[in-house]
Ligand binder design. Structure first.
Ligand code: SF4
Length: 87
């Protein structure tokens, strides 16, 4: 997909609850890198995997592949353990 076409793409963001452009997803992660959910959100719209593989540095692309949010239960357990160690 060309740059012009991706500039026109919009989607409802599951995190923000509003319509946002693809270009926002490219910079809304940590340190202005792509959002960790970019693959999950866009794969049905266009070949986002190929797009990112071609546009991003290899290490950034690889980090997106391995980026997955922790399950809520794992996060809760981790927070509880951190609270115990602080006491
Ligand atoms: S990739 Fe991130 S910012 Fe973009 S729509 Fe998905 S959750 Fe929202």
């Amino acid at each position: 997909m060309t740059e012009t076409k991706t500039d026109e793409l919009e989607i409802r963001c599951p995190r923000l609850g509003s319509i946002i452009p693809f270009r926002y997803c490219l910079i809304s992660g940590e340190d202005s890198l792509p959002c960790f959910k970019i693959m999950d959100c866009w794969w049905e719209i266009f070949d986002v995997d190929t797009y990112l593989r071609e546009k991003l540095p290899a290490e950034v692309y690889e980090s997106l592949l391995s980026a997955r949010p922790k399950p809520k239960v794992a996060s809760i357990v981790q927070i509880a353990e951190q609270a115990k160690t602080k006491k």
